[in-house]
Design a binder for this molecule. Structure first.
Ligand code: PLP
Length: 393
């Protein structure tokens, strides 16, 4: 009988999944907010200091970036109207790629529409069923999706444990794979800690693997002139940067060799079959690349505040991951307790979102605090005082 599949209730699996998430305090909901300035948002009519955004330098509201975006919008229109390979490559796309390659001291750059899309689609262009991917235990979901799509075999090495990676490499080189790809993040999105980029390059060269590094959370705030932790380094086949974090905009790019760029233009579906980034976005990024090198003072201030906040939280007795980035995860463990803390902060004027499994491993639910160079000492001290009060309850 036709109706016998799922007893005729084809949506039952959805209800079951959502109910299960609700029971586990893991149900996600969209909460709309209204951005007010670089660190303040309005939620349900209430002003909150934002400690959850990735706008590390407040560039999403920078007047020169907004003006450049408006200028490109007026000159080129709202959309690129086609994919890059059809009629979507304007002079501004190519010029921006040249500028990015120059800023990052790399041979070539290629724009992608988002970091998620880039990771999902580049990885399957590099490896196949006969390949092996070795990735850090905690890589971003977009990297995992790319690996799964590629149908390559894959193994995870313990978080940031390069001796474990080397053990896996030693075995793998004897097993006849056509290619081995090492992929990881330079700054981990949910932990805030860093990879050892030089050692990864060295291992990749020693074992003749491809090396793919996601530099999304380093760009703008780390490395020489804020160009990230992979800029000016050879031996990395692909380095991904995103524009939606410190650049204050939207989209992504890779830096790579001219050879790899040509290959991806021909063989990467997520580049080929999608409309090019719109002019207003290109304008904003172009301006951000002019501004970011001049923000050393802001980066120094941010680093000071990172150290200050981490030390204060540890002294209060919170379990804080040892992070050297603006991402400061406060591990609570239990989902319900994490939501309670997030709600307490929100009731008192602070937005600090709870991050729960499956985004992070089981029993490591956390408040992912994120600092911006725009947070003033009074904002940070206010947060610390609230967390002190909460801890004393
Ligand atoms: C490490 C990492 N890679 C990739 C992405 C995806 O980037 P985008 O927001 O441009 O899709 C993110 C953002 O969540 C990320 O944290």
């Amino acid at each position: 009988m036709i109706n016998s599949i799922n007893n005729g209730n084809k949506l039952e699996f959805i209800k079951k999944e959502l109910k299960e998430r609700e029971n586990n305090n893991n149900l996600r909901q969209l909460n709309s907010i209204d951005p007010k300035d670089t660190v303040t948002i309005i939620k349900n009519g209430k002003s909150l200091i934002n400690f959850s955004s990735n706008d590390y330098l407040g560039l999403s509201k920078h007047p020169d970036i907004i003006a450049a975006s408006q200028d490109y919008l007026n000159r080129y229109g709202t959309g690129a109207t086609a994919s890059r390979l059809v009629t979507g490559t304007y002079d501004i796309h190519g010029k921006l790629e040249e500028k990015i390659a120059k800023c990052c001291v790399k041979e070539a750059a290629l724009l992608f529409n988002t970091g998620f899309q880039a990771n999902c689609t580049i990885i399957p262009s590099l490896v196949n069923q006969k390949s092996l991917v070795l990735c850090d235990r905690l890589v971003h979901n977009s990297i995992l999706q790319g690996i799964l799509l590629s149908k390559a075999q894959w193994k995870r090495y313990k978080h940031n444990d390069l001796s474990h990676l080397e053990t896996l490499l030693k075995k793998a080189v004897l097993q006849g794979y056509n290619r081995i790809l090492i992929v990881t993040e330079t700054v981990f999105s949910m932990e805030g800690d860093r990879s050892d980029v030089d050692s990864l390059i060295q291992l990749s060269q020693q074992y003749n693997t491809l090396l793919y590094l996601d530099d999304a959370h380093a760009l703008g705030i780390m490395g020489n002139k804020g160009m990230g932790l992979t800029a000016n380094k050879s031996g990395i086949d692909i380095s991904l940067g995103t524009f939606g974090k410190a650049m204050g905009s939207f989209g992504a790019f890779i830096t790579t060799s001219k050879l790899m760029r040509d290959y991806l233009i021909n063989c990467c579906p997520g580049f080929i079959y999608t409309t090019a980034l719109p002019p207003a976005v290109i304008g904003s990024i172009d301006a951000a690349f002019d501004i970011i090198p001049n923000l050393d003072k802001e980066r120094d201030y941010l680093l000071q505040q990172i150290n200050y906040l981490q030390n204060k939280l540890r002294n209060l007795g919170y379990q804080v991951i040892n992070s050297s980035s603006p991402i400061i995860p406060v591990i609570i463990g239990n989902e319900k307790k994490t939501l309670q803390l997030s709600q307490f902060l929100e009731n008192n004027g602070i937005l600090a979102t709870a991050i729960r499994p499956p985004t992070v491993p089981k029993s490591t639910a956390r408040i992912r605090l994120v600092l911006s160079s725009q947070h003033q000492p009074k904002h940070i001290d206010y947060l610390i005082n609230l967390l002190k009060q909460y801890h004393e309850f």
